[in-house]
Design a protein around this ligand. Structure first.
Ligand SMILES: Cc1cc2nc3c(=O)[nH]c(=O)nc-3n(C[C@H](O)[C@H](O)[C@H](O)COP(=O)(O)OP(=O)(O)OC[C@H]3O[C@@H](n4cnc5c(N)ncnc54)[C@H](O)[C@@H]3O)c2cc1C
Length: 389
């Protein structure tokens, strides 16, 4: 198909960049617009991310799995401990598909973004282009940017994350759900000692969760999540709250990692949630990733689902000349899988953030007795994304 449509991607996060690369590989060089001035430098880019086997499967299709594996650090085990370091669950991080296997890789976000960005041409990328509004007419859609620039397109892909402006245009009635959780993330120059080095470790306390992993030979990434009780606590930043005090009952390594991280490198945020929308597209635009469905990061799947979305959407746009038909087929292909993963994430999230001591004791006993076949079934649900048709 000779491309005559002019499309645009709003948002150059993991999902938007993956979509741009997948489209380019199918002969559709699409422009991508992002609010940030520097694609690899905005604060969250400096944290880490776990790239699970299903996301590695997408990267393999794009020919980028090797580059990501080399720039990151392979995770052998996913280990959940209680806050006294007693093992609650331990499973292999790689997943075997019928046609091969895929690893889990932990990597710095800016490195992942750079690998995707390097697949695009500089002309495709427009930084400092925050989309403020869109207006549609019979044969297209106009995007208005903060830079005073307005551009006319045949369609737009809304990959602009949790607070999506594109979603606000197509579905103004949709509201984000404010969760009762706050998170902190940091990357620190250190080589984790064994046994922590080759595993993603999560420690569950009462209303507190701490995870850490090696993301390269030199750097480790950690995240801390607290269930907040009051609205005031949701505004909390690392300056207001002593993280070391909060996690003092956790194993020493937790406080050591926090202490080693310069406070300016700790990124804090309250966590928002958007249950998957009933409809992911309008006539001239479709949503992907967090813009369409954002779950609490309990399973480390938000970025992975955004990449899966991107791959499928690119495939449909390459197949169907009418964008609206492509969007319909995309949603049809994606919705069930996304809803299943989001549901699983919600279940795990409610368990990991129990706050009462009794509930935590019962949870921990239950976790240690989960049979292997249940864990394997859950992994299949998460990692087996099929052929991504
Ligand atoms: C604490 C935490 C840990 C997580 N860990 C993992 C993990 O280990 N693995 C995983 O897969 N997922 C993880 N996630 C989820 C993951 O970060 C998100 O699901 C993922 O980033 C979504 O990708 P996206 O491309 O949809 O949106 P984003 O990554 O949020 O990208 C949106 C982009 O749009 C741009 N933008 C926003 N508004 C506009 C606008 N109006 N105009 C132009 N540009 C705009 C932004 O600058 C940004 O570049 C985690 C999330 C949290 C909160």
């Amino acid at each position: 198909m000779i491309e005559t449509r002019k499309g645009a991607i709003i948002g150059a996060g993991i999902g938007g960049l993956t979509a741009a690369v997948a489209l380019k590989q199918r002969g559709i060089a699409i422009d991508i617009y992002d609010a940030s001035p520097d694609m690899t430098a905005f604060p969250r880019s400096n944290t880490g991310i776990i790239v699970p086997p299903n996301a590695m499967a997408v990267l393999k299709k794009l020919g980028l799995a090797k580059a990501v594996a080399e720039a990151g650090f392979e995770v052998d085990w996913l280990t959940i401990l209680d806050h006294k370091a007693q093992v609650l669950s331990k499973s292999k991080a790689a997943y075997s598909y019928k046609k091969g296997s895929a690893p889990t890789i932990a990597i710095r976000r800016n490195k992942l973004r750079k690998i995707l960005l390097d697949e695009l041409t500089p002309e495709q990328i427009h930084t400092e282009h925050r989309c403020l509004a869109l207006d549609e007419h019979s044969d297209g859609i106009c995007a208005h940017f903060e830079s005073q620039d307005s551009q006319q397109f045949d369609y737009v892909i809304g990959a602009d994350g949790l607070h999506s402006q594109v979603r606000a245009h197509f579905f103004p009635e949709q509201r984000l759900q404010i969760t009762s959780q706050v998170c902190w993330r940091g990357v620190v120059e250190t080589k984790l000692p064994r046994p922590w080095r080759n595993q993603l470790t999560e420690l569950w306390g009462m209303g507190l969760r701490f995870g850490f992993v090696q993301v390269s030979k030199k750097y480790a990434y950690w995240y801390a999540i607290k269930s907040a009780i009051t609205t005031d606590e949701l505004d909390v930043t690392s300056d207001d709250l002593n993280l070391i005090e909060l996690f003092q009952e956790f194993p020493d390594i937790v406080c050591q990692l926090i202490a080693l991280t310069p406070p300016t490198d700790i990124h804090s945020a309250s966590i928002g949630e958007l249950p998957p929308l009933a409809l992911w597209h309008g006539k001239h635009g479709a949503l992907l990733g967090d813009a369409a469905h954002a779950s609490i990061p309990n399973l480390g799947q938000g970025g992975a689902l955004a990449m899966e979305d991107a791959w499928v959407l690119a495939k449909k746009l390459a197949k169907y000349p009418q964008p609206e038909l492509a969007f319909q087929q995309y949603q049809l292909s994606r919705r069930k899988r996304v809803e299943r993963v989001v549901k699983l994430s919600q279940t795990l999230g409610s368990v990991s953030h129990f706050e009462s001591p009794l509930a935590c004791v019962l949870r921990n006993v239950f976790m240690t007795s989960v049979p292997g076949f249940v864990t394997r079934h859950q992994q299949k649900q998460l990692y087996d994304c099929g052929d991504l048709e």
